[in-house]
Design a protein. Structure first.
Length: 95
């Protein structure tokens, strides 16, 4: 499994634990790159970008994450345990 694949596996477990609805677009060569996860949880829109440890989102991904935040959505870039724990804590606090 790739380093990013390991991160996605950990993200999937946290999202399942909370019962989050998840859509993961399948990348193809015919569209602009997107975010790895689009989710809905307790009426809130959430976008998650998974990255291998130490990697950063592309400029296109940062742009999309910024648009989502501008419109009131929650965004996370998860590249390891600290970011995963933070996302888990935020989900716990959502009412």
């Amino acid at each position: 499994m790739t380093p990013e694949g390991k991160i996605k596996s950990m993200i999937n477990k946290v999202l399942a634990k909370h019962g989050v609805w998840v859509f993961m677009p399948v990348p193809s060569g015919f569209q602009a790159t997107s975010i790895d996860y689009f989710c809905c949880y307790k009426g809130r829109f959430i976008a998650i970008e998974a990255k291998a440890p130490g990697k950063k989102p592309t400029s296109r991904q940062e742009y999309v994450l910024g648009l989502i935040r501008e419109h009131g959505g929650h965004t996370f870039v998860v590249d390891g345990d600290d970011a995963l724990h933070y996302m888990d804590e935020v989900l716990k606090e959502m009412k």
